[in-house]
Design a protein around this ligand. Structure first.
Ligand code: UDP
Length: 513
């Protein structure tokens, strides 16, 4: 019999340096620690500062959680010092540099795994090589890709059947074959990499392969949200997956909620006191995630639509695309809004504008929030669903158009603004995406007093209740979390003595599909 400490599972977490990846993985790591697992998170210096307070609170409350801090070679690749996260990169060129700096971390991280010899590696799928080191050490690698089951199913179907190749134009619709529901897309909504091979295709193939060969996928989702797709993934695609979300709910106290991700640009008090003065379900929350860059023209249209709607709102103003004609200072450009708009909204009390980072979960969970205009990042969708609010969908890039279809075509939980074109970065020739009228129409459809809006709101509320229930003891996400720990333990006891035998055979003997 070992000591209690020796019997603990030691899980090492390797999150990717972008908020939409890092935040949910840190939530997961903290949850693992909360249920008695020993946890180490590998993280770079600046990113460590983003989570240090929360981890300190965990340690104080007796959880075994440690940060292994490594240094990112930013200056070696020409990045400004301190630029260690996708949220900090101002241009596409800079994001490629960060990507390369992160690649250079591989030897440092591999050494950590070899030194610590944990019982499992929970790795972002963007580190495909972590599978090789897990295999070398004879431990399971659990992959995290930040999306939901629906996205996995749609992406698989499109890559398998290539329905977009049988249509004539970018705007013609097609049905995604072989899915539980009729999902309709256009070619213009597909990610570039799906339509044609590019510089990232080789890496993407590697990611997919290492995902397939992993012990399984850790999902930030809950069964009741997308049951047909969770089943499809497991039974039709043959993917072993544990859904343990919504992970944002692991931030139970308001300090955790306010400090999640980045330092918030508004205080808890400012947010809550503003919201407390508003009627129940009367406020629209607008946020386009951590990476979207809009043009000034687009921001103007949003501002005008918000004002014209008359609804109270909280708008997280993101960064604005810089064009070569801009002659004002960087600072002003990034925080740009139509002249006098912010002052007017403050004076008449219609809107709270947050420049920079918002404590999103804290805001969404407030009873005054009645709708959420979102870019359809997976975390944001889940957080909106969890808060029980209907959504206005405005996907921009990544897998956001797929996520939108889950909301509008399956769950019937939102209304689309109507963006049809996938684009990673706004450019000077495509600065205007949607007009004031399009935006206003979608806002009214969700916030208005119609039967349709009331029904949507009721469905959202019901799903929010199911989300909260899912993580409680005895329910779906809780059970999967415990099941995962048991699977890791079983792997350890079954394979611990035979680390050099064939990995594929070992995994298939353990997996319960
Ligand atoms: N987020 C936040 N405050 C902000 C902007 C974003 O807390 O001002 C969080 C949001 O709650 C979500 C994450 O950042 O958890 C964004 O992830 P998502 O997958 O929605 O989109 P991405 O930023 O990756 O496009």
């Amino acid at each position: 019999m070992g000591t209690e400490d020796e019997n603990k599972i030691h899980a090492m977490f390797l999150p990717y340096m972008a908020p939409g990846h890092m935040m949910p993985m840190v939530d997961m790591a903290r949850r693992f620690a909360a249920i008695g697992t020993k946890v180490t998170i590998i993280i770079t210096t600046m990113n460590a500062l983003r989570i240090k307070n929360a981890i300190d609170r965990d340690i104080k409350s007796g959880r075994q959680i440690t940060l292994e801090i490594i240094s990112l070679p930013s200056t070696e690749v020409g990045l400004p010092e301190g630029c260690e996260n996708m949220i900090s990169v101002p241009t596409p060129e800079m994001s490629i540099k960060l990507f390369h700096a992160i690649e250079l971390l591989q030897p440092q991280i591999e050494k950590l795994f070899r030194d610590f010899r944990p019982d499992c590696i929970v790795s972002d799928c963007l580190f495909p090589w972590s599978l090789d080191v897990a295999n070398e050490l004879g431990i399971p690698r659990i992959a995290f890709n930040g999306s939901g089951f629906f996205n996995l199913c749609v992406a698989d179907s499109i890559s398998r059947y290539e329905p977009h190749k049988n249509i004539k134009s970018e705007t013609e619709t097609f049905v995604v074959p072989g899915l539980p529901d009729e999902i309709i897309l256009t070619r213009s909504q597909l990610p570039d990499i799906v339509k044609a091979r590019n510089n990232f295709s080789e890496l993407f193939d590697r990611l997919k392969e290492s995902e397939r060969k992993s012990f399984g996928l850790l999902m930030n989702s809950f069964y009741e949200l997308e049951p047909a797709y969770a089943d499809h993934c497991r039974k039709v695609l043959g993917i072993k997956a544990w859904h343990i979300g919504p992970v944002s709910l692991f931030n139970r106290d308001t300090d955790d909620q306010v400090e999640r991700g980045e330092k918030a640009s508004v205080s808890k008090h400012q947010c809550l006191s503003w919201l407390d003065c508003r009627n129940s379900k009367s406020v629209l929350y607008i946020c386009f995630g951590s990476l979207t860059r809009f043009s000034k023209n687009q921001t103007t249209e949003i501002a005008h639509a918000l004002e014209a709607s008359g609804y109270s709102f909280i708008w997280v103003v993101g960064k604005v695309l810089k064009t070569k004609n801009d002659d004002c200072k960087d600072q002003e450009q990034e925080l740009w809004l139509p002249e006098g708009f912010e002052h007017k909204m403050k004076e008449n009390g219609q809107g709270l504008i947050i420049r920079g980072w918002a404590p999103q979960v804290l805001i969404l969970e407030h009873p005054a929030i009645g709708g959420y205009l979102t870019h359809c990042g997976w975390n944001s969708i889940l957080e909106g669903v969890t808060a029980g609010v209907p959504l206005i969908t405005w996907p921009i890039f990544a897998e956001q158009f797929y996520n939108e279809k889950l909301v509008t075509q399956v769950l019937n939980l939102g209304v689309a603004v109507g963006n049809e074109v996938w684009k990673a970065w706004a450019t000077e020739d495509s600065t205007l995406v949607k007009s004031k009228d399009d935006i206003l129409k979608a806002i009214n459809a969700v916030m208005g007093n119609t039967e349709k809006a009331t029904e949507m709101s009721k469905r959202a509320k019901r799903l929010g209740e199911l989300a909260k229930k899912a993580i409680e003891e005895g329910n779906s996400s809780y059970n999967d979390m415990i099941g995962l720990i048991e699977d890791i333990r079983l792997y350890k006891t079954t394979n611990g003595v035979s680390a050099n035998c064939d990995e594929g055979a070992k995994m298939s003997s353990i997996r319960k599909l």
